[in-house]
Each structure stands twice: as C-alpha cells, then as structure tokens.
Design a binder for this molecule. Structure first.
Ligand code: NAD
Ligand code: GLY
Length: 377
C-alpha cells in the first residue's frame, strides 16, 4: 500500500463543526469499517450505490463494515446520469425511510459523481439532514465531486438545478477502485484533473504534461499524487468560499459551455460529463483568445493536452449525433446557468493556463457569434 495522504477541509466557522478529512490512498475501502465505526451512534450504515459499482466492489465494502461490527443495508440504483433525477430522489428517500435510517445515522455514498450528488442530496434532506460519507469510485468523483458539499439532481430545465450544499463527514478516495473503471470514464474524469492546472496551477499542468499518460495507464503513485493535489486545491478554495460567492466559481471553468453541451446530448452516454467539461474548457480558452485576454499559445497547449489524452477540446470534436449543437440552442441553455444573476451571466474565462478569471457580465450575443464560428452552426 502506498502512503495515505490526508487533506483537512476546514469549513468556515459556524455553530456546527463541519471540518472533515479526505483520505487518498490504496486499499482504503478495506479499512472503511474501521474509519466509519467510531463516527456512528449505532453500528449501522446505509450504503447507496449503483448496479455496476455494487457488482464490482459492493461485497468488499460490506465485508469491511462487517469486520468493524457495522451492519449495513445496500440500496442499488441504475447507473448513469439519468439517475440524478427528482424521481430517483423520491424513490431513494422512501427506501432510506423504510430502512429506518435515523437522523444520527450515516449514509455512505459509494460510487461516482451521480451517486455522490444524489445520495448527498438525500442526506441533506432526510429527517432535515443527516451525515454522509463519500467513497468515490470514479476519477472524477475522487478529484472533484466527493469534496466540497455540492449535492443535486438535474431538472428538465437544466443540470444540477435542484440541490443543496451539504458537506460530507469523511471522504475515502481509494485509487485502487479505479482499476475497474472503463477507460472512457477514466479519461472523462481526467478532464476535471486538468481543470485544476488550468484554473490556477501552471506547475500542476506541467506535471500533467509529463505524467498524465502514466496516471491514465494505472500508475498508483501518479494517481495518488494527482487526486491528493486536486483535492488540496479544491479544499483550499471551498474553505474560503463554500457557497460560491466568488472564488469557487473558478471551479466551473468549462462547465457553462459543458452543461449546455450535456443538455443537448440529453445527459446520455453519447457525451459524458467530463467530456463535456473538456470541450467546454477548450471553448472557454478559445473564447478568452477571442476576447483578447488569453495568448493563443496557451489555448492551443491546453487543447493539445486534452486531445492527446483522448478528450474533445471543442464542438468539432464532439460525437456526430442529431444533438442540436447550434449556437442559438447552446446560448439559450447557457442562460439557465446557476451563475446567472440579475439577468447577467458570469462566465469563467482564462488569461492563460493557471490564470482563470470571472467575466462578470458575459455578452451572450457575442458568445453566440463565437459559438457559430467554433462550429455550432
Ligand atoms: P457516474 O457516477 O455516472 O459514473 C460513471 C460510470 O462509471 C457509471 O456507469 C458507474 O456505474 C461507473 N463506475 C463508477 N465507479 C466505477 C468503478 N470503480 N468501476 C467500474 N465502473 C464504475 O459519473 P461520474 O463521472 O463519476 O460523475 C458525473 C457526475 O458528477 C455528474 O452528474 C456531474 O454533474 C457530477 N459532478 C458533481 C460535482 C460536485 O461538486 N458535486 C463536481 C463534478 C461533477
Ligand atoms: N465542481 C465545482 C464545485 O464543486 O464548485
């Protein structure tokens, strides 16, 4: 087992103690019972997972809890983005209540970002809020969604529009769980790794230029380094701006374009969330060049890196389907973004790699013209 890295997430001071640890390492799943048992009021935990994760790793988690004397019940949901819905949330809440989950119990979100976001939202709501532990099983969830307390389901009107901020009590990121992750999912998660370099860490981007291939090929030390580095970066931002009043918005680099793309592809397997974020980051950098704030070389370097690691870097790289990627449609969807305020859209742009910035009132007519020139018809 490689050395376990521990990152403290320091929450803003308020009435509750909400600081928590994110542990990153190998074999942490087998120690999950020992880690969680001391947090419990009674020796019971409800696990929320999806069918694929349950089949691959469910018994191992149940055994680890059992070894520590913790009884568990596993609720298994269908895999995929469609599970992040109000309908599934309602079903899940009923299942948790039928199991008699109490406010002082812990719910374990065991899966990728879909399960983490849904189970975390259920935990925020159940009996007005109970604790939850994240055991993320995708690269995306380990570097991003399991940390920071954003929980949500999608609405027909757009992505993540119904949700809550609810911090987990512990995150166990076991990089060995990634060994069963399909390569395409791994690459999609890698987009969120690159995001941290693109936002504020040119050195990390340079590290990825040299080590991204090894990370994707399964190098455990490279994975631990990248996950721990990304989590530390996110934890620092969340500690300063939990509710996204300012700096946290930078973590949405690529997401405003990306969410619009995900929506036109119908949240289907045709375009994964991380792939949409990759294409969105390429678009954000290209738009920054158009606005005259980013050197073309930086945009090209970022896009080359994404392409080299099998990710789309713009609209022209997206799968050919009958999805309506017209500039007008994408711009209309961007108007639904959560960063709309007072009728104006805050768009995350970049002055270069490692220098993301917020454009407070994006000119949506100009964005639409840009998207037309970028291939959005
Ligand atoms: P996902 O949860 O759908 O997982 C992807 C696929 O991989 C699923 O089919 C799943 O069953 C499978 N899988 C998961 N772990 C596996 C494993 N170890 N082995 C084999 N298969 C495995 O998708 P994701 O990419 O993890 O998450 C995407 C979601 O995360 C989106 O809904 C996005 O909005 C959300 N997200 C949230 C935040 C946040 O801060 N809350 C941040 C980024 C993304
Ligand atoms: N994934 C963006 C955030 O957590 O703020």
């Amino acid at each position: 087992m490689s050395g376990v890295r521990i990152i403290d997430v320091r929450m803003p001071a308020n009435a509750e103690r909400r600081d928590y640890e994110v542990r990153v390492g190998e074999g942490l799943i087998d120690l999950a019972g020992a880690a969680i048992a001391p947090m419990l009021k009674r020796p019971f935990a409800a696990i929320v997972t999806d069918e694929i994760v349950a089949a691959a790793h469910g018994e191992r988690l149940e055994a680890a809890l059992g070894d520590a004397g913790v009884a568990s019940e596993m609720i298994t949901l269908p895999p995929g983005e469609a599970t992040k819905s109000m309908a599934q949330l309602t079903t899940l809440m009923s299942q948790l209540l039928s199991l008699g989950v109490e406010r002082s119990d812990i719910i374990i979100a065991f899966g990728g970002g879909v399960i983490g976001d849904l189970a975390g939202f259920a935990a925020a709501l159940l009996r007005r809020g109970c604790r939850f532990v994240q055991i993320p099983t995708t690269l995306l969830a380990q570097v991003d969604s399991s940390v920071g307390g954003k929980t949500a389901v999608n609405a027909p009107e757009g992505k993540n529009l119904i949700g809550a901020f609810h911090q987990p009590s512990l995150v166990l990121a076991d990089v060995t769980l990634l060994s069963t992750l399909p390569e395409r999912e791994l690459r999609a998660g890698y987009a969120e790794v690159v995001k941290y370099g693109a936002i504020n860490d040119r050195d990390f981007f340079d590290w990825l230029e040299g080590n991204g291939g090894a990370l994707l090929d399964g190098d455990g030390a490279a994975r631990i380094h990248a996950v721990a580095h990304a989590v530390s970066a996110k934890a620092a931002i969340v500690a300063r701006d939990e509710r996204e009043a300012g700096e946290r918005r930078l973590l949405n680099l690529g997401h405003t374009f990306g969410h619009a793309l995900e929506s036109v592809y119908g949240y289907s397997g045709a375009l994964l969330h991380g792939e949409a974020v990759a294409a969105g980051m390429g678009l954000a950098f290209d738009y920054s060049v158009r606005k005259g704030i980013c050197p073309r070389d930086d945009a090209d370097a970022l896009k080359r890196h994404l392409t080299r690691h099998g990710l789309p870097a713009g609209i022209k790289d997206l799968p050919a389907t009958n999805a309506d990627t017209s500039a007008a449609r994408l711009t209309a969807l961007m108007r639904q973004d959560k960063k709309m305020s007072g009728g104006q859209l805050a768009l995350i742009l970049a002055r270069g790699i490692g220098e993301a910035c917020v454009e407070r009132a994006a000119d949506l007519a100009d964005v639409e013209a840009f998207l037309k020139s970028a291939g959005g018809q």
